[in-house]
Design a protein around this ligand. Structure first.
Ligand code: NBP
Length: 487
């Protein structure tokens, strides 16, 4: 009964997190569904460390101090429920289960409710940073009751990544809030990766840069505003060559995998009615990459534009940089607008500036520019969209001509840049005081009597006596098409 925390799930994340906790002075007990993995871990990387193992749940739990704290690092979905079911009969009021996997926030909210009915505390925490982060310090996004978080705060804040002496871990909000924020983090990560890939594609197929040249460009970009983990590893990837001497990246199959968090982010955006097209586009880009053989067949029969690039290489390289930064800002604007809406919808009271600060270390999207987001929310905690902040407005204003030129060049040469262009369409839609949705409303009223609101001659919405927008319908099938007011 001396372990500070128990960990279940000895795959890559669980093992490394256990080692991380132990290295910070915590005694850890471990368990895994396949028992041989416990023994392998204890006689392998955990050998000689303050880590104990168990071959059964009762034995595992008997090694924990009270109140017992158990962190699950198992595959998201059914395995989490299965372990909760196994643990609960052995737990007492005030014990704590933590789910550190990539669970869907709806599942976390459900589990939180089910367990609080049994007076068992529950935390759903996002953990980002992959294998290295888990070992050396991840970004952590814990959600649940403040009382539950208090129990693990001393452990979490020690094992998390530290930036300027501040842990990349702070309480996010109730029930599913932590997993929601991690989900949006991953959605943004999909975008960051897709945007980098589009920049790479333009450098390679439009400008004809080789791996060595691209490595230099990404290295240079990493010294400026684009400084981030993903830009850094991209530069590093270009230094790798396969046995035949080809750049490593050229021999990797162009078929992207995905585990679902980008899709969940897009589904949530659709559910909440928030426009997040660049995040969705990054998911769709992976989907179309996945149909490799169909694309190969299509390439044989569908022809695109014929032409070669005849612009200024240096100037275009700068333009790609600016397009990447502007599009990146738009994807973060979408992610943060989504979290703002979720916070209202689910009553989470998310601190968006703090979330940005928490992503500065440990996680995959760690980047220098995240402090700019925190600054923006410092200037205005009620900021509806990052695009309205003075810093981001200025950056995009400067980047705009380059951004448009890059998309135009790509379009004319037939190079797909779905995230660059969807971000620009988002930007242009957001800054349009009048869109074309008036015609949608007219059509909806025509075929489905869905009604419409109307503007007066000064462009103001016509309202009723209570100040509510008046509702109109045109009788399209009748002669003279009379307009009626719908009460
Ligand atoms: P995996 O997601 O591959 O899960 C492996 C673990 O789940 C093993 O302990 C395995 O036990 C257990 N498990 C499975 Br699979 N099916 C089970 C079942 N039906 N019942 C009980 N246990 C079951 O491991 P991971 O990559 O270390 O990730 C752990 C969690 O962290 C996941 O939710 C993942 O999404 C998340 N995450 C992963 C990363 C990453 O970079 N890998 C990053 C951030 C978050 P077994 O040994 O008996 O098969």
């Amino acid at each position: 009964m001396s372990a500070d925390i128990g960990l279940i799930g000895l795959a890559v994340m669980g093992e490394n997190l256990a080692l991380n906790m132990e290295s910070k002075g915590f005694e850890v007990a471990v368990f895994n569904r396949t028992i041989s993995r416990v023994d392998a871990f204890l006689s392998g990387s955990a050998k000689g460390k303050n880590i104990t193992g168990a071959h059964s749940i009762p034995d595992f739990l008997s090694q924990l101090k009270s109140p017992k704290k158990i962190i699950l690092m198992v595959k998201a979905g059914e395995p989490v429920d299965a372990f909760i079911e196994l643990l609960v009969p052995h737990l007492s009021k005030g014990d704590l289960i933590i789910d550190g996997g990539n669970s869907n926030f709806n599942d976390t909210t459900r589990r939180h409710e089910e367990l609080s009915n049994q007076e068992i505390l529950y935390i759903g925490t996002g953990i980002s940073g992959g294998e290295e982060g888990a070992l050396k310090g991840p970004a952590m996004m814990p959600g649940g009751s403040p009382e539950a978080y208090e129990l693990v705060e001393p452990i979490f804040t020690k094992i998390a990544a530290q930036v300027e002496g501040t842990p990349c871990c702070s309480y996010i909000g109730p029930n599913g809030a932590g997993h929601y924020v991690k989900m949006v983090h991953n959605g943004i990560e999909y975008c960051d990766m897709q945007l980098i890939c589009e920049a790479y594609s333009l450098m390679k197929s439009v400008l004809g840069l080789d791996a060595e040249e691209m490595q230099k460009v990404f290295n240079e970009w990493n010294q400026g505003e684009l400084n981030s983990y993903l830009i850094e590893i991209t530069a590093d990837i270009f230094t790798q060559f396969d046995d035949g001497g080809s750049p490593f990246v050229d021999v990797v199959l162009d078929q992207a995998g995905q585990k679902g968090t980008g899709k969940w982010t897009s589904i949530s955006a659709l559910d909440l009615g928030i426009s997040a097209p660049t995040i969705a586009e990054a998911v769709f880009a992976r989907c179309i990459s996945a149909i490799k053989s169909e694309r190969v067949d299509a390439a044989e029969v569908i022809k695109g534009p014929i032409g070669t690039f005849d612009g200024d290489r240096e100037e275009t390289l700068k333009a790609i940089h600016d397009a990447l930064y502007a599009a990146k800002i738009c994807s973060y604007a979408q992610g943060f607008a989504l979290m703002r809406e979720a916070s209202t919808e689910y009553d989470w009271d998310l601190d968006l500036g703090n979330i940005a600060l928490g992503w500065r270390g440990g996680c995959i999207i760690r980047a220098k520019f995240l402090h700019r987001i925190a600054d923006a929310f410092d200037r205005n905690p009620d900021l509806p969209n990052l695009l309205l902040d003075s810093y981001f407005r200025d950056v995009i204003e400067t980047a705009q001509p380059h951004w448009r030129n890059v998309i135009s060049t790509a379009t004319q040469l037939g190079v797909p840049v779905p995230a660059f262009s969807s971000a620009l369409a988002y930007f242009d839609s957001y800054r349009s005081s009048r869109l074309s949705a008036n015609l949608i409303q007219a059509m909806r009223d025509y075929f489905g009597a869905h009604t419409y609101n109307k503007l007066d001659n000064d462009g103001n919405i016509i309202v009723d006596k209570d100040g509510e927008p008046k509702v109109f319908h045109t009788e399209w099938m009748l002669e003279n098409r009379p307009e009626i007011t719908v009460e």
